[in-house]
Every structure is written in structure tokens, then in C-alpha cells.
Design a protein around this ligand. Structure first.
Ligand code: E4P
Length: 215
């Protein structure tokens, strides 16, 4: 499973990139707003840090507007992927953009029916939101499992991005379910590096090392 980082914060992206674990980046309007910077400027900077798919989201609700925004964003860099909301207008935009060779990530997917339609329209990626389903008392991971099964059944090439990841077990379970990608916030990536026994082990090795005779 590939790991993307789910943030628009360039310091976090730079740090995670230095760990050698990143294959891409996803942003959304809320993440961009948190940075208090110009959208295009942030996206451009991200393309200079990570050499992989970088999702930038459109805000128009009609397909004509989405396509117009998408064409402009796609000019920024070859790695830009256009994030399109899962609506009928979004599907129309995906159809047009995919015929132009512009990559899309259909976002706000909450059912496997939505994922199937997005894939049929030509989406490069679909982003089912795990955490937000968990928040309303549903089992978000079941959605990933269903989409993996459906896409496998028909050899659908659209890649699944497990999104709205809230904790390390979301990432582990998404990998077990066969998700192609998980997009993970920086704080969760940091949590994934940790284990109490690792810290205890390092402490013990260093203590024992003190007993090694030094010349
Ligand atoms: C996906 O690409 C979204 O940016 C993201 O995962 C949303 O997560 P949230 O539910 O934590 O806002």
C-alpha cells in the first residue's frame, strides 16, 4: 500500500518526505484554509517537495466550472491530480477530464455505489472517507473492503485511497483490506513510527553499551 500525506502544510510534507515513505499528497479546501496562504502558491511548493500525485480540489459545483478550474490547476505541474466531489456534476467533469488525460481523485465517497460510478466515469482515484463514517456510527473499513472486492471483481484500474484516516489502526486495516493507498495526516504518521517496546529497547541497549569496556 502506498502512503500519501493528507495535509497542505509544507513543513509536515518536507519532514515526512525525508523519512522516505511518501508516494503522494492530498489536500482539500479545509487543509488549504488552515495554512492561510495562496492556494496555487502552496500547491506549487508541494510539487517541488514530493515527486508523486498531488491532489488539489476544485470548488465549483457545476461541471463546466470544475473542468475550467481543473485545466488551470493541471497546468501547474504534471503531478497534479484534480480532486472532484462525488456528485452527478462531478461525474460529468471526470468524464471530460479523463478524456483529456487529466487525472482525477473523486472525493467524499461514502458508499461503494458512489465508488463504482466514479470509476466508471474514468476516475484515476476514489477517496472513501473512513473516519467520517466511523463518526456517524458506521464501520468505515467495511466500505474499503467492499470497494476493493468490486474493483477486483472487474479488474477496475481506479486506485482506492483510504481517506479520513484518524489513527494508525485505520492505516493497518486499510492495508489488510487491500487499499492501494492510504492518505494519512502527519500526526498519525508520527504515531505509526512509535512503539513503547522500541523506546524501552533503545534505552536498554544504551545502558548495556555503557558496560562495554572502552579503550
Ligand atoms: C481526503 O483526501 C481528505 O483530505 C481527508 O482525508 C479528509 O479527512 P477528515 O475527515 O479528517 O477531514
Amino acid at each position: 500500500m502506498k502512503i500519501f500525506i493528507d495535509t497542505a502544510n509544507v513543513d509536515e510534507i518536507r519532514e515526512a518526505e525525508s523519512w522516505g515513505i511518501l508516494s503522494g499528497v492530498t489536500t482539500n479546501p479545509s487543509l488549504i484554509a488552515k495554512e492561510g496562504r495562496d492556494f496555487v502558491e502552496v500547491v506549487k511548493e508541494i510539487t517541488s517537495i514530493v515527486d508523486g500525485p498531488i491532489s488539489a480540489e476544485v470548488i465549483s459545483l457545476e461541471h463546466e466550472g470544475m473542468v475550467k478550474e481543473a485545466r488551470e490547476l493541471a497546468k501547474i505541474h504534471k503531478n497534479i491530480v484534480i480532486k472532484i466531489p462525488m456528485t452527478i456534476e462531478g461525474l460529468k467533469a471526470v468524464k471530460i477530464l479523463s478524456s483529456e488525460g487529466i487525472k482525477t481523485n473523486v472525493t467524499l465517497i461514502f458508499s461503494s455505489a458512489q465508488a463504482l460510478l466514479a470509476a466508471k466515469a474514468g476516475a484515476t482515484y476514489v477517496s472513501p472517507f473512513l473516519g467520517r463514517l466511523d463518526d456517524i456510527g458506521m464501520e468505515g473499513m467495511n466500505l474499503i473492503r467492499e470497494i476493493v472486492t468490486i474493483f477486483d471483481n472487474y479488474g477496475i484500474e481506479t486506485e482506492i485511497i483510504a481517506a479520513s484516516v484518524r489513527h494508525p489502526m485505520h492505516a493497518v486495516e486499510a492495508a489488510l483490506a487491500g487499499s492501494h493507498i492510504a492518505t494519512i495526516p502527519f500526526n498519525v504518521l508520527k504515531q505509526m513510527t512509535k512503539h513503547a517496546l522500541t523506546d524501552i529497547g533503545i534505552e536498554k541497549f544504551l545502558k548495556d553499551w555503557e558496560k562495554v569496556p572502552k579503550k
